[in-house]
Design a protein around this ligand. Structure first.
Ligand code: NAP
Length: 333
C-alpha cells in the first residue's frame, strides 16, 4: 500500500501560503494529509482547500510532535528560525521560503530547473531562493551552460505582493489617498529603489540576496554581478531587465531556441506584433516568461532579456512544491 504523507503548510493564511494551497489543488497529489498553520492572530480561519473547509491552526512548539513528513514554511524568517529546527528534530523535511537559511553552507538553495541535484544534500532544510532570484536563474542556467556567463547586471521592477499582504494593502489604500504602512513612501504613483533594508555598501539587502543567491545556485562564488531592485505599483509578478555578458559568442536564433526548449520557460518575443512578457499575463502561471531577447552591442558578447514571473507562484509556492514533489517521487522509487 502507498504511504500516506503528512504535510504542514506554515503561513497558510498569507499570500504565499494561499498560493501554495492553489498550486497543491492543481497538482492534486494523492495520499497526503495537510495541516494549515498560522499565528495565533488568525488561528481558526476557515480556508477552502481540496473541496473541504480547513480550519487553520496556531503554530506552536509542539506542533511537529504529530510527525510530519514535509513542511512548507512561508511565515517570515523569525518563524522559520524558531520552528524549522524543531520540525527537523522530529523527522520532518522543511522547505523554507524565508531568507533564514539560504546562505548557510549546509542548506541547499534549490530551483528545480537549475540545480535539482542539491535537493539530495539536504540535512532537513531546503531553502527556496528569493523570488527575484528564482525567475532570473531559470533562463540564466542554459545560457551559462552554453556560453559561460562572465557578468550579470540585474534591474528589477518588483510587485507589491512581494512584500506580502501589507504590500498589497499599501497600494490599494494609497490609491484612495491613505498613508503607507509598509513602504517608506506611497507606492501608488512611485517606483521605490528600496526593497528590504539598506546595507553598509549602499546596496539593499534584496540586491545582496540576488547577487549572493545567484552565485550559490549557479555554483560560481566569484561571478561579477550587480543589481538594482525597485518596487513598482504592480499588484503581482516581478519584471526584470537582465543584462548578461558571456565568455563565448552566441547566435541570437540559437539563444531563442535554447530558451524556448528549456523546462519552465515560455518565450514571448514577437516585437513586430507588440508581444513581450507582461505582469498581468504572467500572473497565475507557473512558468518564467522571457522576451525582448536582443544583443547588447556595447560589449563583446552581451545579451539583454526581459524576464517576468509570478513571484507568489514560481517565485515561492510553485518552486517549493516542485521540490516537495521530487522528494516524494524519490521516496516512492
Ligand atoms: N510574497 C512573495 O512574493 C514572496 C516570495 C518569496 C518568498 N516569500 C517569503 O515567504 C514568506 C511569507 O510571505 P508572504 O508574502 O506570504 O507574507 P504574508 O502575506 O504577510 O503572510 C505571512 C504569513 O505568515 C504567518 N505567520 C506570521 N507569524 C507567524 C508565526 N509566528 N507562526 C505561524 N505563522 C506566522 C501569517 O499568519 P497570520 O495570518 O496568523 O498572521 C501569514 O500566514 C516570507 O518569509 C517571505 O519573505 C514571499
Amino acid at each position: 500500500m502507498r504511504k500516506r504523507y503528512k504535510v504542514a503548510i506554515v503561513g497558510a493564511t498569507g499570500l504565499v501560503g494561499r498560493t501554495a494551497l492553489k498550486v497543491l489543488e492543481e497538482k492534486a497529489f494523492p495520499n497526503i494529509d495537510y495541516t494549515l498553520f498560522c499565528s495565533s492572530k488568525s488561528a481558526g480561519t476557515k480556508l477552502s482547500f481540496l473541496g473541504q473547509t480547513y480550519s487553520t491552526v496556531e503554530l506552536k512548539e509542539n506542533s511537529f510532535d504529530a510527525g510530519y513528513d514535509f513542511a512548507i514554511f512561508s511565515a517570515g524568517g523569525e518563524t522559520s528560525k524558531k520552528f524549522a529546527p524543531i520540525a527537523v528534530s522530529k523527522g520532518c523535511i522543511v522547505i523554507d521560503n524565508s531568507n533564514a537559511f539560504r546562505m548557510n553552507s549546509d542548506v541547499p538553495l534549490v530551483v528545480p530547473e537549475v540545480n535539482p541535484e542539491k535537493i539530495w544534500e539536504n540535512k532537513g532544510i531546503i531553502s527556496n531562493p528569493n523570488c527575484s532570484t528564482i525567475q532570473a536563474v531559470v533562463p540564466l542556467k542554459p545560457l551559462d551552460d552554453n556560453y559561460k556567463i562572465k557578468r550579470i547586471v540585474y534591474s528589477t521592477y518588483q510587485a507589491v505582493s512581494g512584500a506580502g499582504r501589507p504590500g498589497i494593502e499599501d497600494l490599494e489604500n494609497g490609491i484612495k489617498g491613505e498613508e503607507p504602512q509598509k513602504f517608506p513612501y506611497p507606492i501608488f504613483n512611485n517606483c521605490l529603489p528600496h526593497i528590504d533594508v539598506f546595507m553598509e555598501d549602499g546596496y539593499t539587502k534584496e540586491e545582496h540576496k540576488m547577487i549572493n543567491e545567484t552565485r550559490k545556485i549557479l555554483g560560481k562564488p566569484n561571478l561579477p554581478i550587480t543589481a538594482t531592485t525597485v518596487r513598482v505599483p504592480v499588484i503581482n509578478c516581478h519584471s526584470e531587465s537582465i543584462n548578461v555578458e558571456f565568455e563565448k559568442d552566441f547566435d541570437l536564433y540559437d539563444v531563442r531556441v535554447l530558451l524556448q526548449n528549456y523546462k519552465g520557460i515560455l518565450v514571448v518575443d514577437d516585437v513586430e506584433n507588440n508581444k513581450y512578457p507582461i505582469a498581468t499575463k504572467a500572473s497565475g502561471n507557473n512558468e518564467v516568461f522571457v522576451g525582448r531577447i536582443r544583443r547588447d552591442n556595447s560589449v563583446k558578447y552581451g545579451l539583454n532579456m526581459w524576464v517576468v514571473a509570478d513571484n507568489l507562484r514560481k517565485g515561492a509556492a510553485t518552486n517549493a512544491i516542485q521540490i516537495m514533489e521530487k522528494l516524494i517521487l524519490n521516496q516512492r522509487m
